[in-house]
Design a protein around this ligand. Structure first.
Ligand SMILES: [Zn+2]
Length: 199
């Protein structure tokens, strides 16, 4: 049998002890120690994530900066586990990439990860970029997120929305997206899913 994450061979002898490894027998011992569907509460929202950033940063680097998109495949099984366990979302969407950065890098890695891992999502947000007059010398950019005009009706009818991103750091982006959704649908339940969480 082959590990669903790193493709290492898993010993065929499945010992009694191995059966109790956290994630079941589809991951090798090493991967099952670092991968799972972790859950934390973030204000009133739930954040799901698969690992801590340090554990999988090489894979994320490969996807995000070296554009080795085939590394996204490694997450297919985790997404499948997630979908089986949490199937109550009536809308799945992704964080929009910063327009400027996307045009430099040429792609939105979250879109690619979802496409490769068979996650159907609806693009409902767009990000606009506004350099602040007084802050032109600073590298930090100002983001503002909005819901696409033609998706507002869609959001109004949903009960459970999932927003997917690659890395969770401060949560600022995810929370500001959640607030946009709540403006048009105050009763909606919002959760986040990221591949990794920084500590
Ligand atoms: Zn493995």
């Amino acid at each position: 049998m082959i590990c669903k994450y790193c493709s290492a061979n898993i010993q065929d002898k499945i010992s009694f002890k191995n059966l109790f490894i956290r994630n079941n027998i589809y991951f090798c011992k090493n991967c099952s120690e670092k991968l799972n569907i972790f859950t934390i509460k973030l204000d009133k929202y739930t954040l799901f994530y698969f690992s801590t950033y340090n554990n999988i940063k090489n894979d994320i680097y490969n996807i995000k900066y070296y554009k080795n998109v085939e590394y996204s495949k490694k997450f297919t099984y985790l997404f499948k586990l997630f979908k089986n366990k949490y199937n109550s979302f009536d809308l799945i969407t992704i964080v929009p990439s910063n327009i400027i950065r996307e045009s430099i890098r040429g792609f939105n890695q979250i879109e690619i990860i979802c496409n490769i891992c068979n996650i159907s999502y609806e693009k409902i947000f767009y990000a606009s970029y506004r350099p602040k007059q007084s802050q032109l010398l600073k590298q930090r950019t100002e983001h503002s997120f909005s819901i696409l005009d033609n998706k507002i009706e869609l959001v109004k009818n949903k009960k459970n929305i999932l927003i997917i991103d690659d890395i969770f750091t401060s949560g600022n982006t995810l929370i500001s997206l959640a607030k946009e959704l709540e403006k048009v649908n105050p009763n909606v339940n919002i959760s986040f899913l990221t591949l990794a969480k920084t500590i």
